[in-house]
Write a new protein. Structure first.
Length: 330
């Protein structure tokens, strides 16, 4: 998938940089089959709940907008206001089932855009790029495949359509049981890939196997997952042997965020991506935020992690575009 891959290493004294990525999308039932009519964007009425936090820390988040967001005034107008004021960046996120042209069979495998025929994946992404250009006044430079579904043709399509940054890699997750990609062999380090004359910068989600299992972590986790009936992964986590963690306020605690960050920093990682889904800013839209109390816990975790990262940890705020500029083109 990632041809001509070139790893990026950082000097030990490089300060950690934090990038915030928001999967900005319609409200839909993640457990249900894909539905082209599930395209409401009412949560965007309350996106200021997180933007206000970002502003207070000097963070310029990157909102990865999909077609329902980019095509409906209720979805794009708040973000356009933030963008004009220089308070955020705007990227593209492809949810194929709600993105024209609607030509594919609706099934869970085709929710991963990289599984589509090359021409259809290109047509959908071109349609998304163009609606973002129409309603924001510029073409997006950053891309994130919906459901992290980067495929064999995606790099070539991104190059052809002028994208210079990708945010699709999600270590150490394995989506292959549903037909998606397997990122369990990837780490959280950024890398270049694609056209050697005009490479694309990959900025992965921040996630990893953490624990004393070390190099055996992946195998141990797979074995434990096969024993799910006996709560295998939970037992490994309690033993601190293997814990699969993500730097996200959805499903992970502040203690886990800090543990993951310290562990990856010790491994040489210097870029960290805080990521979540926009519908979580309103209770009842995602399984992570079902009540007002859970919303408060969700928002409080932003403050706790940012206080740690920019205070005790000595980190700096960055963004996809800023990191690409800092690293250059190759």
């Amino acid at each position: 998938m990632f041809t001509n891959r070139t790893e990026i290493s950082f000097a030990p004294e490089t300060p950690p940089r934090l990038i915030v990525v928001v999967d900005t999308e319609e409200e839909f039932d993640w457990k249900s089959e894909p539905d082209r009519q599930a395209n409401c964007v009412t949560a965007m009425d309350h996106i200021g709940r997180v933007q206000d936090i970002f502003d207070s820390y000097g963070i310029r988040p990157c909102y990865m907008v999909d077609y329902p967001i980019a095509s409906q005034p209720r979805g794009y107008e708040p973000l356009r206001e933030f963008s004009v004021a220089g308070r955020c960046e705007i990227g593209a996120q492809l949810h194929p089932w709600v993105n024209p042209p609607a030509l594919e069979t609706l099934n869970r495998s085709n929710m991963y855009p990289g599984n589509l025929p090359e021409q259809l994946e290109r047509q959908k992404l071109e349609s998304l790029r163009d609606i973002i250009s129409d309603n924001f006044g510029f073409a997006p430079a950053a891309y994130k495949a919906g459901r992290y579904g980067f495929g064999n043709n995606t790099a070539r399509i991104l190059d052809e359509l002028g994208f210079g940054i990708d945010l699709s890699v999600c270590p150490p997750m394995d989506f292959s049981p549903e037909g998606g990609p397997d990122y369990s062999d990837f780490d959280a380090s950024p890398f270049w890939f694609g056209n050697s004359a005009r490479p694309i910068l990959e900025i992965p989600c921040t996630g990893a196997f953490v624990g004393w299992g070390g190099g055996c972590s992946r195998s141990l986790f797979r074995l434990a997952s096969a024993l799910e009936l006996f709560r295998g992964p939970g037992i490994l986590a309690r033993l601190r042997a293997v814990d699969r963690l993500m730097l996200s306020p959805e499903g992970y605690s502040s203690a886990e965020h800090i543990r993951l960050t310290r562990d990856l920093f010790a491994r040489g990682i210097r870029t960290f991506t805080w990521s979540f889904h926009s519908p979580s800013v309103v209770p009842g839209n995602t399984s992570y935020v079902d009540t007002s109390a859970e919303l408060q816990v969700f928002l409080d975790s932003f403050y706790r992690y940012f206080d740690f990262f920019f205070g005790e940890f000595g980190g700096e705020a960055s963004s996809p575009a800023m990191l690409r500029e800092q690293l250059g083109n190759s």
